[in-house]
Design a protein around this ligand. Structure first.
Ligand code: NDP
Length: 328
């Protein structure tokens, strides 16, 4: 029998947490043969609701779930963690300035990064979901100097999945026929979903679509603004699809990308494609044996270059802002 994997989830009592925990416990995060122990981290006000969720998890009698513990102290929450899903964050409220948002989140992600540094397992893998995800990941990573920087990642998989779905709908293709799509940059309205290297049943996606106006005026804004459209329709933010993307992100990181395909992950830049080193930006990556690599050598056309640069510029500004606030 395998030793259980410790999975820490922050913001466990929130909407995304509710959609996420049951799938982790049923084996979708790591594999149907991998036992897990859940460590739920909440703020004190969230503890009672987290206990309620834990009761429901108990009631599922999941064969792979070997334990649930709930904490409001990050030092305990990340103890022995092999995988950490940082979901809880301070949302932007009406009238809030960007500086206020970044400093409120700095107050969450800096101590969490430090706690990961001091208490997590040596093989820790971190996914940040809570927004602004890329910069929150940067703050946590900077606070964890003893953990290899590449273990800190930010989620752009939901954008990736949304882009595949939109492309499938437009072309009538099956989602499973779409490969090599890329999200570049920040998980924000400036993100750039790139279909120039994507394939639909083996053919170049941009050529299949053959409609630059649709790409610029419909596809890109639809993907980038999908979150707002969900709120408008549902009266609440996307939670199940965000949780699903978090599952996909970690599952792919641990279990690998399919031959001939890649995925999108927000990861510390090594300078590839002109993205300044250290910024946590989304790239096309392949995964194998629990590690990822940036896909190299893609030809970036002018249309893509301008959009990648704009999103990376926004990331650099966020980094400068958190640096000025003393958060990194
Ligand atoms: P959600 O579970 O709906 O969302 C959590 C975070 O995920 C938000 O930052 C949200 O950003 C982000 N997010 C990323 N992608 C998406 C997406 N596609 N759709 C929606 N959200 C996305 O928030 P709740 O308010 O329901 O729950 C948050 C929980 O976190 C609460 O229980 C709270 O107590 C807890 N918390 C825990 C902390 C801790 O453990 N230390 C710290 C802070 C909070 P956005 O706001 O931009 O939608």
């Amino acid at each position: 029998t395998r030793t259980p994997v410790n999975v820490t989830v922050t913001g466990a009592a929130g909407q995304i947490g509710y959609a996420l925990l049951f799938r982790i416990a049923s084996g979708h995060l790591l594999g149907a043969d991998v036992p897990v122990k859940l460590r739920l981290l909440e703020i004190p006000q969230g503890m009672k609701a987290a206990e309620g969720t834990a009761m429901e998890l108990d009631d599922c009698a999941f064969p792979l779930l070997q334990g649930i513990d709930i904490f409001d102290d990050p030092n305990k929450g990340f103890e022995g963690a092999n995988v950490a899903l940082l979901v809880g964050a301070r949302p932007r409220t009406k009238g809030m300035e960007r500086g206020d948002l970044l400093s409120a989140n700095g107050g969450i992600f800096k101590p969490q990064g430090k706690a990961i540094n001091d208490h997590a397992a040596d093989d820790i893998k971190v996914l940040v979901v809570g927004n602004p995800a890329n910069t929150n990941a940067l703050i946590a990573q900077a606070a964890a100097p003893d953990v290899p920087a590449e273990r800190f990642t930010a989620m752009t998989r939901l954008d990736h999945n949304r882009a595949i779905s939109q492309l499938a709908a437009r072309t009538g293709a099956a989602v499973s026929d779409i490969k090599r799509l890329t999200i570049w940059g920040n998980h924000s309205a400036t993100q750039y979903p790139d279909i120039f290297h994507a394939e639909i049943a083996g053919k170049n996606a941009a050529e299949v679509v053959n409609d630059q106006a649709w790409l610029a005026d419909t596809f890109i804004p639809t993907v980038a603004k999908r979150g707002a459209a969900i709120i408008e329709a549902r009266g609440a933010s996307s939670a199940a699809s965000a949780a699903n993307a978090a599952i996909d992100h970690v599952h792919t990181w641990v279990n690998g990308t399919a031959e001939g395909d890649w995925t999108s992950m927000g990861i510390p830049s090594d300078g590839s494609y002109g993205v300044p080193e250290g910024l946590i930006s989304s790239f096309p990556v392949t995964c194998k044996d629990g590690k990822y690599e940036i896909v190299q050598g893609l030809d970036i056309n002018e249309f893509s270059r301008a959009r990648i640069d704009a999103s990376v510029q926004e990331l650099a500004e966020e980094r400068d802002a958190v640096r000025d606030l003393g958060l990194i």
